[in-house]
Design a binder for this molecule. Sequence first.
Ligand SMILES: [Fe+2]
Ligand SMILES: [Fe+2]
Length: 203
Amino acid sequence: MTDANAILSTMRVSERRLRHTLGVAEAAKMLAATHFADLDLKTVELAALMHDYTKEYPIERHLELCALFGENLTEDDIENHKLLHAKTGSFLARDSFHLPEDACLAVYYHTTGRPNMTPFEIVIYLADYIEEFREDEGCIRLREYYQKRMAKEKNKNVALVKTLIRSFDTTIKHLMSKGKTINETTIAARNFYVKELARLLAK
Ligand SMILES: [Fe+2]
Ligand SMILES: [Fe+2]
């Protein structure tokens, strides 16, 4: 497996995105240490550094990489091509930087989330949303919501799952307000965690 310098020294992104990436690394380590003691924080950091590694690649490069790594793209993937960086970042995490499979999958699912995410997937997905440098309204509100839930809920899993639901709701509402399509995996993830919350509260 690689180290942080190998990723950072080859990363071609704007200063703003680099700051966001470092923010995700910090937030992901905080979430892992708080909720999932078994996760290796060094590997969590590497996955966080990879999560937007290809974000500024031109679409042609994303399509080339998807073809190279045998990824079949749907019409939705092409239409929402801004999400392709999750797939191509994950291919490079595996192929060029030799990250373990759970880290590569966390990069792969960081934009949409999915039902029944692994702990690794949860920390990267949520860190991307709530890292301290994100300034859009939805992110600021979600960051505050997470902190409030963590202060109030006795069961920290409840705080985490409520925050996940709110993140999906925020994304879905935002896309609806723009008249855009909603990724089916995001809807399935939202429904899964609504049921998961009911299961947790029934205990
Ligand atoms: Fe991303
Ligand atoms: Fe990101």
